[in-house]
Design a protein around this ligand. Structure first.
Ligand code: AMP
Length: 218
């Protein structure tokens, strides 16, 4: 049995075409089913639904053989014990610093002010600001980061930005682009050795599907 860990929503939806390229159809819709283990058209392949931030943990400890997870989540997790063969180029967005439109971020940085930064991504934020030589107090949040500067909890946030509409709706502006983010395939290292014959074809089919999307000419 091969177990693939996915999170509901964008990653699940954008992984389906890759699975289809490997000849695998997921037989139930996670939006309507309450099941956490979904069967597929392959009797020996199943999908488990976990929280996005739990995907690397499931794969690291062998609760799943494979998983799809954002680069952001992988960096925060540390990526220990995970083989990362492919950038799937799905769920693409960027990690940015944003501040209220009226906050003069550039001069705060120039003057060496200490910034209060709210984020779910403390490892990424710590490394980024350390690299810039900016002193920060990090405030760990688990969601709705945009609210922090609006309520006086923080001067700035570090969060994922896709269209920029969430920032705009909350009068926040992007002041730093930290990194581009996309989702990766992660594989349990022991499973890769022990279940090579089943896992390799899936990795190869995913790789071919990505190459085709990048260059659609036949
Ligand atoms: P947007 O308004 O399109 O810029 O989307 C920003 C909101 O969606 C923020 O709350 C982000 O945390 C979240 N978001 C954007 N892209 C992703 C992604 N690839 N994975 C998870 N969350 C995302």
């Amino acid at each position: 049995m091969i177990t693939l860990a996915l999170s509901k929503g964008r990653i699940f939806d954008e992984t389906l075409p890759l699975l289809a390229a490997a000849g695998i159809q997921v037989l139930e819709d996670p939006e309507t089913s309450r099941k956490l283990i979904l069967p597929t058209s392959h009797a020996d392949v199943r999908v488990v639904l976990v929280r996005a931030s739990d995907v690397p943990t499931y794969v690291e400890y062998g609760g799943a053989d494979l998983g799809v997870t954002g680069k952001d989540t992988l960096i925060e997790h540390g990526g220990q014990g995970l083989y990362q063969p492919l950038d799937l180029k799905i769920a693409q967005c960027r990690m940015s610093v944003a501040v209220p439109a009226h906050f003069d971020y550039a001069s705060a940085v120039r003057q060496g002010s200490r910034l209060r930064v709210a984020t779910k991504y403390t490892a990424i934020a710590r490394e980024f600001f350390a690299g810039k030589g900016v002193h920060v107090d990090l405030i760990k949040l688990y969601g709705s980061m945009e609210l922090a500067p609006l309520t006086g909890l923080a001067d700035a946030i570090v969060d994922l930005v896709s269209t920029g509409k969430t920032l705009q709706a909350n009068q926040l502006v992007e002041v730093e682009h930290i990194m581009d983010i996309s989702s990766r395939l992660v594989v349990n290292q022991a499973a890769l050795k022990l279940k090579q014959a089943s896992i390799r074809p899936i990795i190869d089919a995913f790789a071919q599907a990505i190459a085709k999307t990048a260059d659609p000419t036949p």
